[in-house]
Design a protein. Sequence first.
Length: 125
Amino acid sequence: MLVAKEVADMTEAPLGPAGAARNEVVLCGRVAAAAEERELPSGDCLMTARVIVDRDSAALTRSSQRVDTIDCVAWLARVQRTMRNWQAGDKVQVEGSIRRRFFRGETGAVSRVEVEVKRAKRLGR
């Protein structure tokens, strides 16, 4: 079973240089569906995928929800190339940062929280 990387003791997790804040995410899970390439109205291209991560046993004692489904987006061409070959069920690892992105939808301003992927790899099928 693949689960999100856990920090054993958050009180001992080091801060960045000189106590700076950190925004680092590592997810290990499986791909929900083939990654999709999209071109935004601005002309920028991005690759998106949903990663399903099984919850650990401690989380299961607090909730009946067994998995989390996390939206992941890649802006970097090298990461897009990696994600382009992902298929549903592939076991993957992504590293990046949590981002809240704002854009205009059909009904007005919309926001989305997602992982901006800096590194990605397929672990297996």
